[in-house]
Design a binder for this molecule. Structure first.
Ligand code: 3PY
Ligand code: MG
Length: 250
């Protein structure tokens, strides 16, 4: 069995990924063949369905881990995304300890949580049922998004909740919650990000962040963040197409 995404994350590997929003198995195959360590499959801000997400997981094979961002901290979304075989779940808009506890409960089978037991792709459609249900709590990564100033104010309480693997900062929503929408390099936004980092560094919980391009994430990689999502399928396509045309028209 391949090493789990959770294991690579907890060991402190640098995991480079990009956001997938297009319902295209070809796009997923191309991104995997480029060598991304993981794909951030976004059900929060895209039109992707569960079935389309499952097809992306099937196209991605076993080398690239697929982690799904659910639209909200909700039992139905989380169980469906886990059942199709996600390596981990990203929960947006965690604000406090109670939100974090709910996410942990929904991601874990009893006795740690309340995840319902089904038979789906994750379980080899039944052929790996016992192996999967026995190991899932230890092998599936739970990533919580810190992207509101309220979460920054509650950071120590959130970090104290058992079962979290990584805090993933959403600089765009964070800046919006501070009245500075889109100003992700603003000093006050940066101070809030640094506070989250300092607190997480006192624990075993890893840190992740999104940046629109390589330059946006480089400083975070240099300062020790593990889970990096940079760019997005649509932006990569648009950027490359624009550059190609510019080269011909100049
Ligand atoms: C944000 O910046 O708000 C994000 O959620 C990025 O993933
Ligand atoms: Mg966000």
């Amino acid at each position: 069995m391949n090493e789990s995404f959770k294991k690579k994350l907890s060991r402190g590997d640098l995991l480079l990924g990009t956001i997938v929003t297009l319902p295209s198995v070809e796009t997923a195959e191309i991104l995997c063949s480029c060598g991304f360590d993981w794909l951030f499959i976004d059900l929060e801000h895209s039109a992707l369905s569960i079935r389309e997400s499952q097809a992306i997981l099937q196209a991605s094979g076993s080398k690239t881990n697929c982690v799904i961002r659910v639209p909200l901290n909700n039992e139905i979304w989380i169980k469906k995304c886990l059942d199709i075989g996600a390596s981990g779940i990203i929960v947006p808009q965690i604000r406090n300890k109670e939100d974090a506890e709910l996410a942990v409960r929904l991601c874990k089978y009893p006795p740690q949580g309340t995840r319902s037991v089904g038979i789906a792709r994750a379980h080899g459609y039944g052929s790996r049922f016992q192996e999967y249900v026995t190991g899932a709590n230890d092998h599936i990564a739970l990533v919580l998004q810190i992207e509101h100033v309220e979460a920054v104010n509650n950071i120590d309480a959130i970090l104290n909740v058992p079962g979290i693997d990584c805090l993933f900062i959403g600089p765009y929503d964070l800046s919006a919650s501070m009245g500075k929408i889109g100003q992700v390099t603003d000093p006050e936004v940066q101070d809030a990000i640094s506070l989250v980092k300092k607190s997480a560094e006192q624990t075993r919980i890893k840190l992740g962040i999104f940046g629109a391009d390589a330059n946006a994430v480089k400083p975070y990689i240099d300062s020790g963040y593990n889970l990096i999502a940079t760019g997005m399928d649509t932006m990569i396509l648009g950027g490359a197409a624009k550059k190609l045309l510019e080269m011909l028209r100049d």
